[in-house]
Ligand binder design. Structure first.
Ligand code: B12
Length: 212
């Protein structure tokens, strides 16, 4: 495991998006893998931003610029995570649930799944249950991934699963959920097939669900 790159960490934490991208490029040029850059430096920076927000040391504007630096740096790395032209492992529809605009974790999960060889259809944020259902049908997808970061939007996951049941689609789709407030207990409660608290474990879970 590589070390944390403090230049990347600090640039993302302080929302310096131009610097962040430059330092990410420097790390790539030095031979560090995109996966290590994300796991060792970028995610810790967002975690620290979240910690400071909770401690009232950061406010929404600082979070937003940190998030922008994170997203732009991730956009640089995501194409490199994409696996090269083999048969897709399976098709996944992913999105952040209705009412919720948080997409950093969802984007990370989507990129890692793509990197692992899944075909990923990303519906973005604020996705209504009907929109999830339509995308699952249109793409004949195997797995639905839902992300929620707010306790107030978590119930939209339950609503979406209920909509799948009503449409008679529940048995043909595996459902994975995640996001900071989500727990295994909640996944069990709403009848999801799996939960994970990070992007790496999400890939392992998706593989397991495809195999089972
Ligand atoms: C960045 C951030 C924002 C940014 C979002 C930018 C963006 N484009 O995403 C901005 C500033 C816009 C924002 C806005 C708001 N936010 Co905010 N935000 C955060 C913060 C600090 C970090 C979230 C993040 O990106 N984390 C980094 C990523 C990598 O982690 P992650 O999302 O958890 O994802 C990982 C795992 O959870 C998992 N995962 C995620 N999704 C999925 C899906 C599947 C299928 C799987 C398997 C796994 C998985 O894998 C990911 C990668 O490892 C959190 C604090 C926190 N500790 O989470 C608050 C937080 C989520 N926000 C909060 C709040 C209250 C808000 C606002 C209401 C604030 C306001 N007053 O306006 C608004 C809501 C807007 C809306 N309608 O959605 C609260 C929620 C409280 C609650 N109990 O519901 C938090 C917890 C902060 C706090 N302690 O108060 N926010």
């Amino acid at each position: 495991m590589a070390e944390m790159n403090s230049e990347i960490f600090n640039a993302i934490l302080s929302g310096k998006n131009v610097d962040a991208k430059k330092f990410v490029q420097d790390a790539l040029d030095a031979g560090v893998s995109p996966h290590d850059i994300i796991t060792d430096s970028m995610i810790p920076a967002m975690d620290e931003a979240g910690r400071r927000f909770e401690a009232h040391q950061f406010f929404v504007p600082q979070l937003m610029i940190a998030a922008r630096a994170m997203k732009e740096s991730l956009a640089l790395l995501s194409p490199m995570l994409a696996a090269s032209g083999t048969e897709p492992m399976g098709k996944i529809v992913i999105g952040t649930v209705m009412g919720d605009m948080h997409d950093i974790g969802k984007n990370l999960v989507a990129s890692m799944l793509e990197g692992a060889g899944f075909q990923v259809i990303d519906l973005g944020t604020n996705v209504a249950p009907e929109k999830f259902l339509k995308a699952l049908q249109d793409n004949q997808a195997d797995i639905l991934c839902m992300s929620a970061l707010l306790t107030t939007t978590m119930p939209a996951m339950k609503k979406t699963i209920e909509a799948l049941e009503t449409a008679g689609m529940r048995d043909s789709v595996r459902v994975m959920i995640g996001g900071a407030p989500v727990t295994q207990a909640y996944a069990d409660e709403i009848g999801a097939n799996g939960y994970s608290d990070n992007a790496n474990a999400a890939v392992a879970l998706a593989r397991k669900l495809m195999a089972g």
